[in-house]
Design a protein around this ligand. Structure first.
Ligand code: IMP
Length: 297
């Protein structure tokens, strides 16, 4: 079973990730000694920049291991995408008289929610749209291998509802099932949440790279799924199936050539038939490789 390390000190996140991963033959663990490592400053302007920065920096402490880090938050359309990357410290101006990016620590969930409610006070129900966003980055030895983005679309209520979850969950109404995120069980939350969506993309990518390691990959190089968001265009699973079909068709074609074209036997067969068969097989593989590059874009 492959091991993936998660850069978090939050046991709830580790539990969520581990539950979903075990079915994919992936073991989830925390980065060893995470709480004693220097904190990575999340000063990026996007969720992706912060997730990459965390994954890259923490992966340097565990050479050769894959490290996953996430960054997430709430984007509200009527607030031009705020709180966004400042979600965890949105109440800093109220509590510490500082802008969120200058604050030394996260601010309290209730205070963050209070600021959102105040800013949306005169915004009509129809305009209170927003989404939770989660970006996961996976890195090894200081280099990002891939990133995955998950979202959950909803409406920001004018008062909290529900007692489960954390952060902005009580204000986030999810029309698809008519509940706020704070009214969901842990299983429901992982099914519908932005974090669950991003993590499923990551697990698909793990499945794809496992197949490549077993020899189903492109012959001329890496055809890794999801690098830089490519996985959004064609799912890793669909790409996997297509790659298998291409390889199987190529092999069947070569088998057909050998079986049908020759009347020679023994050494004669190898001498007479091998060079043209090899030539055709190379062309078949080259075409298969070009085609599989195309479908991964
Ligand atoms: P982080 O990615 O764990 O640093 O989360 C940043 C902030 O976004 C949190 O402190 C929450 O305020 C908010 N947030 C992220 N994900 C969720 C969620 O699933 N529910 C509620 N709030 C969230």
């Amino acid at each position: 079973m492959r091991r993936i390390l998660i850069a978090t000190s939050n046991p709830g996140k580790l539990r969520d990730f581990a539950g979903a991963a075990v079915r994919h033959g992936v073991e989830i663990a925390g980065v060893p000694g995470f709480s004693s490592l220097p904190t990575v400053v999340e000063d990026g302007e996007t969720f992706e920049a912060n997730a990459r920065k965390k994954a890259e920096e923490y992966s340097r402490y565990v050479p050769g291991e894959m490290v996953v880090a996430d960054d997430s938050g709430l984007e509200i359309d009527a607030l031009n995408g705020a709180p966004g990357v400042h979600s965890a410290r949105y109440a800093a101006p109220d509590l510490h008289n500082k802008e969120p990016h200058e604050a030394d620590a996260n601010t309290d969930d209730d205070a963050n929610n209070a600021r959102v409610l105040r800013e949306l006070k005169n915004v009509s129900a129809a305009e209170r749209t927003g989404r939770f966003v989660c970006v996961l980055a996976v890195a090894r030895d200081g280099k990002t291998l891939a990133t995955f983005r998950g979202t959950a679309e909803g409406i920001i209520l004018d008062e909290p509802r529900g007692t489960n979850g954390f952060g902005y969950d009580p204000l986030f109404y999810f029309p698809q099932i008519g509940k706020t995120f704070a009214e969901l069980t842990a299983e429901e939350k992982s099914k519908y949440s932005h974090r669950g969506a991003a993590f499923r993309l990551f697990l698909d990518w793990c499945d794809g790279s496992a197949l490549e390691r077993r020899g189903f990959g492109s012959p001329l190089g890496s055809l890794r799924a999801a690098d830089g968001g490519k996985s959004d265009i064609l799912s890793a699973r669909a790409r996997k199936i297509l790659k298998i079909l291409i390889w199987t068709a190529g092999m069947a074609f070569v088998g057909f050539l050998i079986g049908s074209e020759t009347t020679s036997t023994g050494w004669d067969l190898w001498r007479d038939e091998l060079p043209p068969t090899l030539f055709l097989a190379c062309i078949g593989l080259l075409l298969g490789w070009i085609f599989s590059r195309k479908i991964s874009k």
